[in-house]
Design a protein around this ligand. Structure first.
Ligand code: ZN
Ligand code: ZN
Length: 266
């Protein structure tokens, strides 16, 4: 358990390392599987951390070469992290993660996970200055992601709370906020795909706990949902970041190996 990670980024998008460096790190950590999930091409607007069409094809080519090279040592998978607003996907992937990184209002795509300042600007412009209303809009999108993109994994379910450590920006106990994520979970559960326990924001020093918050994880678990553990890794040293802590914090939750799901799918 936890000797794998299917949410990782390389220099092909906004990661720090090459795929080869990531694989070396995974082998050194005793991993049995490693999945790459480069940010998928977005056609409708400029996304500086997403792969271009051309880069996507080179990425697939390189990862597939490594698959063969390391097949006796570690299972390598070529996936991609889709954004809600991805409309075209160049190439073939072993799996996809469905994530919301942007909202969409009046032809503009405000970024959700760039900064609190950007969240406030969008809230002021489109949601009457309310970060709760902003979050409600976010959960409408993530709640619809399985229906729209049919991904294999739900990415960082409550990333809208990235800059809200200790409820410093808005109250996660607000009824509207709770209703919004309840609705989103309820819409996603019938698809029977795992939610991530994602430690990425801790590695970046922005959060102290993984996504999703424990009350959300409780709700998912109580409704029969299940989880995989990832570190949304942008740095080879952080491939298993906070995994030991997750083992303790989330010990009562139904956590599975994503590699088992993929093997059953094949
Ligand atoms: Zn993401
Ligand atoms: Zn990611």
């Amino acid at each position: 358990m936890f000797k794998e990670n299917f949410h990782t980024h390389t220099r092909y998008c906004d990661g720090k390392n090459t795929p080869g460096e990531m694989i070396t790190s995974a082998i050194n950590k005793g991993f049995t599987a490693l999945g790459f999930s480069g940010h998928a091409f977005v056609k409708d607007f400029f996304c500086d951390w997403c792969m271009t069409e051309e880069k996507s094809l080179k990425y697939i080519d390189e990862i597939n070469k490594y698959k063969k090279k390391y097949k006796d040592i570690i299972d390598i998978y070529c996936g991609t992290e889709l954004d809600y607003f991805c409309t075209e996907l160049p190439g073939e992937y072993d799996y996809t993660i469905g994530s919301v990184h942007y909202l969409h209002e009046s032809g503009v795509y405000p970024a959700v996970d760039s900064s609190l300042r950007e969240q406030h600007e969008a809230a002021d412009r489109y949601y009457g200055g309310s970060l709760i209303e902003y979050a409600v809009r976010y959960f409408e999108l993530i709640g619809g992601i399985a229906e729209k993109l049919n991904p294999d994994i739900i990415g960082h379910f409550d990333i809208v709370s990235k800059f809200n450590e200790g409820d410093c920006a808005f109250d996660t106990g607000d009824k509207k906020y709770i209703n919004a994520w309840h609705d989103a979970v309820d819409r996603l559960l019938p698809y029977n795909i795992p939610f991530e326990i994602n430690t990425g924001a801790i590695a970046r020093g922005v959060r102290k706990t993984p996504y999703p918050a424990l009350d959300i994880a409780d709700y998912i678990q109580s409704k029969g949902g299940f989880f995989i553990v990832t570190s949304d890794c942008h740095d080879a040293a952080c491939l298993d970041f906070f995994f030991d802590e997750v083992k303790e914090m989330y010990s009562k939750y139904n956590i599975v190996n994503f590699s088992d799901i993929l093997k059953n799918k094949q």
